[in-house]
Ligand binder design. Structure first.
Ligand code: GLU
Length: 476
């Protein structure tokens, strides 16, 4: 059973109870890679039967995050809440086959039962009181309107084996399995019934899901067997942990997928990063694009032990991907974070920052001075150490005159002109460049100064020098 004989069809099946987090994105990615490599289908299913935990807007957010990562699904998403009648029919079918039964125990009785089990230090599970109600009596009570749930009838003995593509063979003792609920009293199915019915209806060949479901897997196998359906292959993905070996969470600095977008990460970098959570190509390669991943992904190489997420690695990867974008593409992405600034104005400054950006979110601050003049100066920034207002105003004035006289506005002549000037007035070029940097950009940390001045153009640089001088005057 390790390889399914069915054509490859897999699915990502989030519950819309919040945003798409990294663990979910990794499950989706592994399903996607597997499907694309095998030329199969990757489906999306919305598991919204736990009505109490639904969060409005979550489905849309999850879909947006998947789309941003490039994990495009095939076919219409299946939405479980629209299939209530189908699950009810499936539960009836199981009751007819004797593989499930109606349980009329009240919540109060079940609570009492569990309390007693706890007191006796026994595992908490259903004591099967309703398992022996004769079918006619069960049908009569249901028809009379008595509330019930439907429970799966577990075998009392024997073992059930799962041959998992990641975890290997896992053998479960049937006597440990609880007669869990398949259909709740509100008529909604639990995950166990709904996933089995939907995977069958969608002709899913491989169930690739989080290992939180591993303990339930034997019940799932027995359920599929009871329906006499073909059994898909299973692959349970281990947890993603933070560096402290606790489940990866916000307190580690992890963000939901769309928050990474806000923070200026590239989807390419996120995809590359999460692909390596528990998987590696088995070589030294660290930068793998989506097509590389599709070509090289292999479910057998997914580690059964938990993956440790290293957030610093993501920063490094993000820088690598920023460097690899074409300047046109980087300009387009930066412009999309800068609101009003058109892409044609961003394009000329891209070469100045492409090597320095760690995230796209740094770009607006780093680049704003190209598009808007500094709206004020701080004297403590404008004055180099040991230089007073008068000397600095005179130096800026000298720069203005010298630059004014340049016939060619390019890196080499501008730099030579300024270095000669510094020498002439007896300033260290470092000090002169610092005063100029602040005068031209309003900031102390910027992309390379001369290149920035060249891009800004002569008239704009001269205008800014005049403004800086004017700002110094009242201080004199
Ligand atoms: N809704 C389940 C979850 O979010 C899906 C598990 C599965 O992929 O079957 O854990």
């Amino acid at each position: 059973m390790s390889e399914s004989p069915l054509p490859v069809r897999v699915r990502y099946a989030p519950s819309p109870t919040g945003a798409l987090h990294l663990g979910g994105a990794r499950t989706a990615l592994f399903n996607f890679l597997f499907a694309r490599q095998r030329r199969g289908q990757f489906l999306l299913r919305i598991e919204d039967t736990d009505r109490a935990r639904l969060k409005p807007g979550s489905q849309e957010q999850i879909q947006e995050a998947l789309g941003w990562l490039g994990l495009n699904w095939d076919e219409q998403p299946v939405v479980q809440s629209q299939r209530k009648e189908i699950y009810r029919g499936a539960a009836d079918e199981l009751i007819g086959r004797g593989a499930a039964y109606r349980c009329f125990c009240t919540p109060e009785r079940l609570e009492l039962m569990r309390a007693e089990q706890r007191a006796r230090r026994q595992p908490e599970r259903y004591d099967r009181r309703c398992a022996t109600i004769p079918p006619e009596e069960s049908a009569r009570r249901a028809a009379a309107g008595e509330p019930f749930v439907v429970r799966q009838r577990m075998p009392a003995e024997g073992t059930t084996s799962l041959h998992d593509l990641v975890m290997g063979t896992v053998v479960f003792r049937n006597e440990t399995l609880d007669d869990h609920v398949l259909l709740k009293s509100d008529g909604y199915p639990t995950y166990h019934l709904a996933f089995a019915v939907d995977d069958h209806d969608s002709r899913i060949s491989h169930v690739i899901r989080g290992d939180g479901w591993l303990p339930s897997a034997p019940k799932h196998l027995l359920l599929i067997e009871a329906f006499q359906w073909p059994v898909p292959a299973f692959a349970h993905l281990p947890l993603v942990l933070g560096p402290d070996r606790k489940p990866l969470a916000k307190r580690h600095g992890a963000k939901d997928v769309l928050e990474y977008r806000e923070a200026g990460y590239l989807p390419e970098a996120i995809v590359n990063w999460i692909a390596f959570l528990g998987w590696s190509p088995g070589t030294e390669d660290e930068i793998l694009s989506m097509p590389d991943l599709i070509a090289r992904f292999s479910i057998d190489k997914v580690q059964p032990s938990p993956a440790i997420a290293n957030l610093e690695r993501l920063d490094w990867l993000n820088g690598q991907y920023i460097r690899r974008l074409s300047p046109d593409e980087l300009a387009r992405r930066i412009a999309s974070t800068m609101g009003e600034v058109p892409v044609e104005r961003v394009r000329p400054v891209v070469p100045l920052v492409q090597e320095r950006l760690r995230t796209l979110a740094e770009a607006p601050d780093m680049l704003r001075f190209f598009f808007t003049r500094p709206d004020g100066y701080r004297a403590d920034q404008l004055l180099p150490k040991g230089k007073d207002v008068e000397a600095t105003a005179a130096a800026i004035d000298a720069c203005e005159t010298a630059l004014q006289g340049l016939t060619e506005w390019a890196h080499e002549p501008v730099e030579t002109c300024l270095r000669e000037l510094a020498h002439r007035i007896g300033w260290a070029s470092r000090d002169l460049f610092m005063a100029l940097r602040v005068a031209v950009t309003g900031r102390t940390v910027t992309p390379p100064l001369i290149e920035s001045m060249v891009v800004l153009g002569k008239p704009e640089v001269l205008a800014r020098l005049q403004r800086a001088k004017a700002a110094l005057k009242p201080l004199n």
